[in-house]
Write a protein that binds this ligand. Structure first.
Ligand code: SAM
Length: 221
């Protein structure tokens, strides 16, 4: 029986894909990779393309970030994949970072599971773990908790000491205001492991850059 593999390819550095992820990509007949913009490039595919078989079918599929189209697009992707699985082809669905962290894979998977296909998920190095190593910053220690949140939730911070804020784009100002008001020190990392990798701690520079592929690691005493 053919298998759908969800493969986390890491943050974008070609050397930060797991050996297992590479082996799976190499054996798959079909590669599906998401892109955030219609006709745009897929970071997940660009990261792993050297491991894709020459005879593999590659589908770069557009997944809108939200809105009513998201459901429709994940169903379309599912139908594409289902057809290949029914033909006995192994399919790899690529995601940046880890497949179970804020990924389009999760939406698409709900359809696949309903239809009884075999699914095998290969973890990847998350963007925030890669960012922490890049900037030598502790994510969490001792008996503290780490809270990973999207920028839309920063107002819900209560007693946390260690946080990661993802999906920063267009909310940079609000996030920095909250963090500063609550006494956090922070490091902003954009495009970790990729061309254009940038590390910033200065508020004005962060507000000037405003990159979609960015996150913040923050902590306070
Ligand atoms: C749709 S989520 C994907 C998360 C991914 N599955 C992971 O495990 O890191 C997209 C968000 O991840 C973060 N992100 C992904 N890749 C990144 C990178 N190379 N550098 C900085 N942030 C990144 C950003 O916060 C971005 O808005």
């Amino acid at each position: 029986m053919a298998v759908l593999y969800g493969v986390g390819v890491g943050p974008g550095d070609k050397e930060l894909i797991t050996v297992k992820g590479v082996k799976i990509i190499q054996k798959c007949d079909v590669i599906v990779a998401p892109t955030a913009t219609e006709g745009g490039e897929s970071i997940a595919f660009e990261t792993s393309k050297e491991y894709v078989r020459e005879d593999a079918e590659v589908a770069i599929m557009h997944f809108p970030m939200g809105g009513k189209d998201r459901l429709k697009k994940s169903k379309e992707a599912y139908e594409f994949i289902e057809k290949r699985l029914a033909e006995g082809k192994n399919v790899a669905f690529l995601t940046i970072g880890d497949p179970y962290v804020y990924s389009t894979y999760i939406h698409m998977l709900s359809h696949v599971k309903e239809h009884g296909f075999e699914v095998n998920t290969i973890p990847g190095i998350t963007s925030f773990c890669a960012a922490a190593s890049l900037v030598d910053r502790t994510l969490v220690i001792g008996d503290e908790k780490l809270v990973v949140m999207p920028a839309t939730k920063v107002n819900e911070i209560t007693d946390e000491k260690f946080i990661v804020v993802m999906k920063m784009y267009k909310r940079e100002e609000e996030v920095l205001d909250v963090l500063e008001e609550k006494g956090f020190s922070y490091t902003y990392v954009s495009r970790v492991g990729r061309e254009g990798e940038t590390v910033l701690t200065d508020r004005e520079e962060i507000l000037k850059l405003r990159d979609y592929m960015s996150l913040i690691i923050a902590s306070r005493d």
